[in-house]
Design a protein around this ligand. Structure first.
Ligand SMILES: [Zn+2]
Length: 181
């Protein structure tokens, strides 16, 4: 459940039969998260929140409602751009170099640009729409190479290098960016 608070913006409320009072944390998007006992209704939730305002203000890096909204809007635009681009770019390179994958997923994790799982699903981060094209292509070629090598062994890098001759430089440059929106 999500409640709207004038000070903290959207707050994600989760119920957990194991907690006694309320617990507060911050999501990767800067939203306040609250875990409350299962029996807690709206009245009690507000009371927990009001009793902890000062603590939250001092200890938790909650983003204000305006920057939460700005971030959501940015994410939506990136997702739209990514949907119209990444699956096709992936398919293009897969066809060109003879790879076959099962599915493509778009992600917005804060930690990785892409991944390839053993069931041949490739995940690509929507944040790739914000990096230069050659770095974006490097990530795609990197994940495709994982279809043949599920590790970062020498033969894996040889394969990446066959399709992206400047992969070392691209890999290094990519470190100047972070995938989070
Ligand atoms: Zn990898």
């Amino acid at each position: 459940m999500i409640i709207e608070d004038p000070e903290f913006g959207e707050i994600v409320v989760r119920k957990n039969p194991l907690v006694q009072g309320a617990r507060f944390s911050v999501s990767t998007s800067g939203r306040l998260q609250m875990t409350v006992p299962k029996y807690a209704g709206n009245f009690l939730i507000k009371r927990f929140l009001n009793a902890s305002r000062k603590d939250i203000r001092e200890k938790l890096p909650v983003k204000d409602p305006a920057s939460q909204r700005a971030r959501d809007a940015k994410k939506k635009i990136l997702m739209k751009k990514a949907k119209e681009y990444l699956p096709y770019r992936l398919e293009y390179y897969a066809k060109l170099y003879g790879y076959s994958y099962d599915k493509v997923r778009l992600s917005h994790a804060n930690t990785r640009w892409g991944s390839c799982s053993s069931n041949r699903t490739i995940s690509l981060n929507i944040g790739l729409m914000q990096v230069p094209e050659q770095l974006r292509d490097y990530v795609i070629l990197h994940e495709l190479a994982h279809l043949n090598h599920m590790d970062h062994s020498e033969s894996f890098w040889l394969e990446v290098g066959r399709h992206d001759k400047r992969y070392k430089e691209h890999r290094k440059k990519l470190k100047q960016f972070t995938p989070g929106v």
